[in-house]
Ligand binder design. Structure first.
Ligand SMILES: NC(=O)CCC(=O)C(=O)O
Length: 284
């Protein structure tokens, strides 16, 4: 059964971000225009593209998505999507709920007409502690989202996660079972877990579900407090890396097609061989 209605060009923008929010937004626009000129239909930005990545920065950079104090980044992304006639998966931004004052790590998705299609609040917060390597506790300031996000487009359905969400196979599996042709994760792994797990997780989610997987990181900035791994990549439904960047700013494009999904699913038909009668807990 076809799940990708027509071929599409997916672009990932591995953005060099800094402390100046207006400059980050302007730089994002330049790169999205570049991607659109290269033929991109869907463009992805990195996690926390409008602010430095760090719990001390989130409260200061957080924006409300609720009128009348609608966010600067919301307006900018909507305008860029419209200007470039692209679906724009706007990485993520620190969001504040003005009613509860709770903070979230939130992705906004816009249509080519500039309309908001979806918001995804990071579900699994990045709380890790590897002695001598890295300690990071998003939960010190952020609250988790509590719903999964599937975006309906003219091409088909795209599932959305943010960074650490990629470690939870249930999310991608559920999205694939809802008919998504791809999972897209704006993300910012680091110099410890990046080399270990970034590519492995992307390829695993692809092979598990025989869908496309895209991970989009900020460029690495060794002057920042958090050193992003970079290596934005698109992986095909067979787990093969189609495009990958190194650590510097750049844009990659990959052509996605239903033919490739069907070819992989026909060759190794795990999508029809599942034994939910045996693992009933998962089926439920
Ligand atoms: N921003 C994040 O969620 C980072 C996740 C990460 O680095 C990991 O290893 O997982």
């Amino acid at each position: 059964m076809s799940i990708l209605k027509q071929p599409l060009k997916l672009a990932l923008v591995q953005l060099a971000t800094g402390a100046d929010k207006a400059a980050n937004l302007a730089r994002a626009r330049t790169k999205i225009v570049e991607a659109a000129k290269a033929g991109a239909n869907v463009v992805v930005l990195p996690e926390c593209f409008n602010s430095p990545y760090g719990t001390n920065f989130f409260p200061q950079y957080a924006e409300s998505l609720t009128p009348p104090t609608a966010s600067q980044s919301f307006s900018a992304l909507s305008a860029i999507a419209k200007e470039t006639s692209t679906y724009l998966i706007g990485g993520s931004i620190p969001e504040v709920d003005p009613t509860t004052q709770k903070l979230y790590n939130t992705s906004l998705v816009f249509s080519p007409a500039g309309e908001l299609l979806a918001t995804h609040r990071k579900i699994h917060l990045f709380d890790i502690d590897i002695p001598g390597k890295i300690r990071f506790k998003e939960s010190e300031v952020l609250s988790p989202g509590d719903s999964m996000t599937v975006v309906d487009t003219e091409y088909g359905k795209i599932g959305l996660g943010i960074c650490y969400d990629v470690r939870f196979p249930e999310l991608a599996m559920t999205a694939a079972r809802k008919g998504c042709f791809a999972m897209v994760y704006p993300g910012a792994f680091n110099m410890t877990t990046g080399p270990l797990h970034w590519s492995l997780l992307a390829r695993a989610r692809a092979v598990d579900n025989q869908i496309y997987i895209a991970l989009c990181s900020p460029a690495r900035d060794m002057n920042a407090s958090y050193h992003a791994w970079g290596h934005s990549m698109v992986v095909d439904p067979n787990g093969e890396v189609m495009q990958e960047l190194e650590d510097s700013e750049g844009v990659i494009l990959a052509e996605l097609s239903d033919e490739r999904i069907q070819e992989v699913r026909k060759g190794i038909p795990v999508t029809t061989q599942r034994r939910f009668d045996v693992y009933k807990d998962v089926a439920n």
